[in-house]
Design a protein around this ligand. Structure first.
Ligand SMILES: Cc1ncc(C[n+]2csc(CCOP(=O)(O)OP(=O)(O)O)c2C)c(N)n1
Ligand code: SF4
Ligand SMILES: [Mg+2]
Length: 298
């Protein structure tokens, strides 16, 4: 370790094994840019991922990392948050990993509000398992598992997170580096579970999704306490004022088919389990294993 400021190249590992044009490249590059801007040091940082194309993200940061199993990035990160509060924790999770197979863990991670940045790579498809419907696939979109068109209405991730009581919910996109980096800065500054939804392109299995050449299908929501619109796209897309204190409006925007990139909601008034537990531990006297087992005698 040197005292030199870190640069992007210090955070790189091997070349990612993703398809050309995959939005995952933009997400890890935006995350690295944010780490350099904020000088988030690799030896104090853990990138934890689940399974999926997105699950490979943890390999591509020269930090500590865990490539775990579906949904379990959340309990692993929580264990670290409880025992090593000085670490910077980033969770990388796909739409299937977060909303389907690991959905139960996500609800409890959000409710426990432990300190981490949760990045959801939403390509609206199970990509690693070759084009299967996910909980966020639009109704009617054909996939290998539902070739006549996905049967169900999609789950709206921000609405899911707000419904579970999240303390920070924002949405950004892989092709907006400036907005992505600013969103991660706001998420990292927030103390608690920061849910960051990222619209992610999958040109291999879902090339018609998220047209990054046009800007009439989305709006930026902005506010002095929010996240500014992407510099490059601010003049091209609709920009609406929204106060991130207003959870009701945030919830309404989150259930629309139109996309909104911005900070939906933020509160500092939610209890943090990691803080509570650490305070509680200070008040207890450690017990031996036998004493603990005695407590279960009947
Ligand atoms: C318990 C379990 N069920 C199913 C699988 C198979 N599986 C691997 S990746 C994946 C889908 C991942 O989709 P998503 O989270 O959206 O990630 P993406 O590949 O799109 O980035 C599935 C179903 C698994 N590995 N473990
Ligand atoms: S299949 Fe899709 S998500 Fe997976 S690496 Fe290729 S473009 Fe990216
Ligand atoms: Mg996916």
């Amino acid at each position: 370790m040197t005292n030199e400021p870190i640069k992007i190249k210090d955070l790189n590992t091997e070349n990612p094994r993703w398809c050309a044009g995959c939005g995952d490249f933009g997400i890890i590059m935006g995350t690295k840019r944010f780490m350099v801007d904020e000088q988030i040091l690799p030896h104090n940082t853990v990138n934890i991922s689940g399974i999926g194309c997105s699950g490979r993200a943890s390999f591509y940061f020269n930090t500590y990392g865990v490539h775990s199993i579906h949904g379990r990035a959340i309990p692993i990160a929580m264990g670290l948050a409880l025992t090593r509060p000085e670490l910077n924790l980033f969770i990388h999770s796909g739409d299937g990993d977060a909303m389907s197979i690991g959905g139960n863990h996500l609800i409890h991670g959000i409710n426990k509000n432990f300190n981490c940045v949760f990045i959801m790579y939403d390509n609206e498809i199970y990509a690693l398992t070759k084009n299967q419907s996910s909980p966020t696939t639009p109704k009617g979109h054909p996939t290998n598992t539902q070739p006549v068109g996905t049967y169900l209405d999609p789950i709206f991730p921000i609405q899911f997170a707000l419904g579970a009581g999240v303390s920070f919910a924002a949405s950004t996109a892989d092709w907006m580096p400036n907005h992505l980096t600013n969103t991660l800065k706001a998420a990292f500054a927030h103390k608690g579970f920061s849910f960051v939804h990222v619209a992610q392109r999958c040109p291999h299995f879902y090339p018609t999704n998220y047209d990054n050449k046009t800007s009439d299908w989305f709006s930026f929501l902005t506010h002095e306490n929010g996240i500014p619109p992407d510099k490059r796209l601010a003049d091209k897309a609709e920009v609406i004022e929204h106060d991130p204190d207003n959870k009701g409006d945030g919830f309404r925007y989150a259930q629309e088919n139109r996309h909104y990139f911005r900070l939906f909601y933020q509160t500092q008034n939610k209890t943090r389990y990691d803080d509570l537990l650490r305070e509680d531990l200070k008040k207890t006297t450690p017990k031996s294993r036998l004493e603990i087992l005695d407590g279960f005698k009947i």
